[in-house]
Design a protein around this ligand. Structure first.
Ligand code: ZN
Length: 333
């Protein structure tokens, strides 16, 4: 099946530079479910690609997702992840969900068949969806968390963000990359598999824990993942593989660390190139809103600001006979 891929005009220079070095290697979509095939295959393999154990030591009963279910993956399952590893990786996924803050509720990222509700860390604010179109922001307590100022035309919602471990957020992305790595490449990434399971010694591994985030105006219904591979002719000190995962209107890009080639060639302080934001099935231009890098090296818990700030045009108020902002907010409850 041929799928048309469009490069938005503002991404073309970056794309040309990237494609001098990398080529597409693996792409996995969650659109068509492989649930039945993965289950059957798992019952035959009974081998875990992460811990290398077999059914004599661990069980293989659970459904294991290549991209977390909490990112909207309902259809893409792996056939070689044991239940013990699946539960171990759950902690990374929970940190990723906290890191994403209000993103999932505002962007309709389903977990199973529902959009999960967001609750602020202090339980003062709840955000949930009624259908996909209506967002309900509920103030549970404490008036100071929602402020409307008619004089200045501002509307602020203070949302107490949850705390997450940045390194675990990175590990959640790395786990997806390790899951889609073709079987023939697993041997080259033994150090990466060792790293992700070696929780007590994360600081001993040279892993560039960071994620690049591209935000666009275009939203994909289902998440998908792409692995790029360095072209054989390239001599630049760039990592062998780059991993990208698309979730709704965001693309996350990480370096796939610790390949045998990168370790042997001393690619410790390798630099990385920005991967292009690809558009499938639509051909819009000027859709990139932002591109930034989140450093995720720390093993200490941290939080970030999830607050929402609106500034409304005060001239709008001239056209209104009366506005009862406080009453408006109360009506939201
Ligand atoms: Zn395992």
């Amino acid at each position: 099946m041929k799928i048309d891929c469009h490069i938005p005009v503002e991404e073309r220079a970056l794309t040309n530079s990237f494609l001098e070095t990398y080529e597409g290697y693996v792409a996995q979509s969650t659109l068509i479910s492989n649930e039945v095939e993965a289950k059957k295959s798992k019952e035959v393999k009974l081998f875990c690609r992460f811990c290398k154990r077999t059914s004599t030591e661990v069980t293989f009963k659970e459904k294991t997702h290549v991209i977390p279910k909490s990112l909207g993956n309902e259809g893409l399952f792996s056939d070689d992840e044991c239940d013990t590893c699946n539960r171990f990786f759950g902690e990374f996924e929970r940190n990723l969900v906290t890191y994403l803050g209000t993103f999932r509720v505002f962007n309709n990222v389903k977990n199973g068949n529902r959009i999960p509700k967001f609750t602020s860390a202090n339980h003062n604010i709840e955000i949930r969806k009624i259908g996909e179109a209506v967002t309900l922001i509920k103030r549970v307590s404490h008036d100071e968390d929602i402020n409307v100022n008619i004089e200045t035309g501002t509307f602020d919602i203070n949302i107490e963000a949850g705390r997450y471990i940045p390194a675990y957020v990175y590990n959640a992305f790395l786990k997806m990359a390790l899951s889609i790595l073709p079987t023939q490449d697993i041997g080259d990434y033994q150090q990466a598999f060792k790293y992700i399971l070696d929780k007590k010694r994360y600081e001993y591994y040279l892993v560039p824990r960071s994620v690049k985030v591209v935000e666009s105006d275009v939203e994909y219904q289902w998440p998908f993942a792409v692995l790029y591979k360095k072209k054989p002719c390239v001599t630049e000190r760039v990592p062998l593989h780059i991993f990208c995962v698309y979730v709704k209107n965001l693309m996350f890009q990480i370096i796939f660390p610790l390949s045998r080639q990168d370790i042997e060639s001393g690619n410790g302080e390798i630099y990385w190139k920005d991967a292009p934001y690809l558009l499938f099935g639509s051909n819009h231009d000027n859709i990139i809103r932002s591109r930034h890098e989140d450093e995720l090296n720390s093993l200490e818990k941290q939080k970030r600001d999830n607050s929402i700030h609106f500034k409304f045009d005060l001239s709008v108020l001239d056209n209104l006979a009366a506005i009862d902002a406080k009453g408006f907010l109360d009506n939201l409850e």
